[in-house]
Design a protein around this ligand. Structure first.
Ligand SMILES: [Zn+2]
Ligand SMILES: [Zn+2]
Length: 292
């Protein structure tokens, strides 16, 4: 079990491992480009080398990429749809260069699309994204939270999309280099109606996850408390113990028996520079010590 946080790449991706160390991370997550748009900086040989050296010097062998915020595989605007496919593919390849373990993305939200077409349309876009990709950087779908026709906010839908992309229904064969994985965000899941406030509920939620998606696909957990209520369909991250999941819930997630080797990443607010994130990491480290 390892803990980390989403880390800034100010000054270049090569600085991320140093920023991660300063925040007390054992693993980390980052963007490789501006999350709001624009062309990414080239990953030159020198940048990759410095990044990898900084990882090695600080004993980081597990780190993740998050794709930009504007990804929408359900956009009816062709420019946005094409851009999403292109950017996620770029991030898989850029991450592969950097030795990233996996890259998670949100799927987007559907406007003006019949709800019955959502799974098909998403799968089509993912097939286009992954076609011919042979890298080791694994592709992850992140469970989402939000109002309207947000895509990927329930286990059944994620499972159905994966099934189509991997061609197990026989209709859309696509060769992915490895299985599609899932990133479970505790804040998003909670806001989407999956209770995580105590041991019983945590166990119920992950049993359901196992039955629909399969725990073998769960690669990493975003460990965030939630300012918004259960089933509120609002995405509002809170620092650990400061939200509606609460410390009991956080503890129940960490002590879930199947998570002994899980990577946990914080995306909680940085209120006071590194201080609040360090505090959250220390909470996780203390909980780990107290029970394993
Ligand atoms: Zn997340
Ligand atoms: Zn979120």
């Amino acid at each position: 079990m390892k803990f980390g946080a989403h880390i800034s790449i100010v000054g270049g991706v090569e600085n991320a491992p140093l920023n991660a160390r300063n925040a007390g991370c054992e693993i980390f997550q980052m963007f490789s480009r501006s999350p709001r748009g624009g062309k990414p900086a080239d990953l030159t040989k020198e940048v990759v080398k410095e990044f990898k050296n900084n990882c090695q010097d600080n004993n980081y062998d597990s780190y993740y990429l998050h794709t930009p915020y504007y990804i929408n595989f359900l956009s009816t605007n062709n420019r946005i749809l094409k851009g999403s496919i292109e950017v996620v593919r770029q991030e898989l390849e850029r991450g592969d260069k950097l030795g990233v373990r996996a890259t998670m993305t949100h799927l987007g939200s559907a406007k003006d699309i019949d709800s019955r077409d959502i799974v098909n349309k998403t799968a089509e876009a993912l097939i286009a994204t992954l076609k011919g990709y042979r890298g080791r950087n694994k592709f992850l779908i992140e469970i989402a939270a939000g109002a309207g026709q947000i895509v990927g906010d329930n286990f059944e839908q994620i499972a159905a999309i994966i099934k189509l992309v991997e061609g197990r229904d026989g209709s859309r064969p696509v060769r992915t280099n490895n299985k599609i994985g899932v990133c479970f965000d505790t804040c998003h899941a909670f806001a989407s109606g999956y209770d995580l406030r105590n041991k019983q509920q945590v166990s119920k939620t992950f049993k359901l996850f196992d039955q629909t998606i399969g725990l073998n696909r769960l690669e990493v957990i975003h460990i965030n408390d939630s300012l918004a209520e259960l089933d509120s369909h609002k995405d509002r991250h809170a620092n650990l113990g400061k939200g509606k999941i609460g410390m009991n819930g956080i503890k129940a997630i960490l002590t879930y028996p199947k998570f002994k080797n899980m990577d946990f990443i914080l995306e909680t607010p940085w209120v006071d520079g590194e201080k609040t994130i360090k505090k959250d990491i220390n909470i996780l480290k203390k909980l780990r010590k107290s029970k394993i």
